[in-house]
Design a protein around this ligand. Structure first.
Ligand SMILES: [Zn+2]
Ligand SMILES: [Zn+2]
Length: 272
């Protein structure tokens, strides 16, 4: 072995010896959650002109390498064409979570499964038996009876009672929790309160349908102040929230208001 070759090996060993402790002490950002990205795939409000709109809601949740679908919109063709327009490969979906049984949130599911994927579907015990058995013929059905984890950094609240029983999805990020609501029939405040109780962390963003089309301006002001009291930093209302309610949130939340609709992408980096 030549001297030159020996010194090369020494340099190599030294670099390895130096690299290991460096990797061990490298600071982790925040709580070390993976970056997350939420894309609204289906909405009656348009955000990205490349997306079609129709009554309903669906959002893709990407948490690190993991991909989940929250609700499926009202029909499969709009859902699938928006997925194509946004470059979303259905094969990557590891699980589907349904907020509640209304057709504008469940209507795209059977067509989606028809592309040849079979992710488990998380739904509530109160869903109609026919809908459960239609889904069970194609893939695994998981009935959510209490708050639980769905995968890396993603949780469901379990059933919250209301005019229509509903569950929300919670995405844990280094910026705080993101709470996704379908229609928020039990009330957006009740869903956020449940999410906060379950995870005990600050709520960074609430997005989805808030179902406030018939709310008076006094009711809207009180909901906005309750969300502020719960520590909700940002809101991205769309779908069934209602125009007047969206305008009230825009004013009431100021810089914390996030314009949303079909094609909206919310990036949540590892750092706050
Ligand atoms: Zn809805
Ligand atoms: Zn609904």
């Amino acid at each position: 072995m030549t001297m030159r070759y020996q010194s090369r090996i020494t340099v190599l060993l030294l670099s390895v010896a130096l690299l290991i402790p460096l990797a061990q002490i490298a600071p982790r950002e925040g709580h070390g959650e993976e970056p997350a990205r939420i894309t609204v795939l289906y909405d009656n409000i348009q955000y990205d002109p490349h997306c079609a709109t129709a009554w309903g809601y669906a959002a893709l949740i990407e948490h690190g390498e993991h991909v989940y679908l929250f609700d499926t919109g009202g029909d499969g063709s709009t859902l699938l064409s928006n997925m194509r327009a946004l470059g979303v490969d259905p094969e990557r979906i590891e699980a589907v979570i349904l907020s509640h049984a209304h057709g504008d949130h469940t209507g795209g599911l059977i067509d989606l499964l028809g592309v040849g994927i079979d992710p488990p579907v998380y739904l509530l015990p109160s869903f109609p038996p026919e809908l459960k058995s239609d889904i069970a013929r194609l893939t695994e059905v998981i009935e959510v009876t209490a708050g639980q984890s769905v995968g890396a950094g993603v949780y469901v609240t379990g059933e919250v009672q209301g005019a229509v029983p509903e569950q929300a999805v919670i995405v844990a990020t280094d910026s705080g929790l993101v709470v996704l609501t379908g229609c928020a029939h039990p009330g957006v405040v009740a869903l956020v309160a449940r999410a906060k109780d379950l995870r005990g962390e600050p709520v960074h963003l609430v997005m989805g349908g808030f179902h406030l089309r018939n709310a008076s301006s006094e009711q809207l002001q009180s909901i906005i102040s309750e969300l502020h009291s719960l520590g909700v930093a940002k809101v991205a209302p769309s779908h069934c929230t209602g125009e007047a309610a969206i305008a009230a949130f825009r004013t009431g939340y100021g810089a914390g208001f996030v314009e949303s609709g079909a094609g909206k992408v919310v990036l949540l980096s590892g750092a706050s």
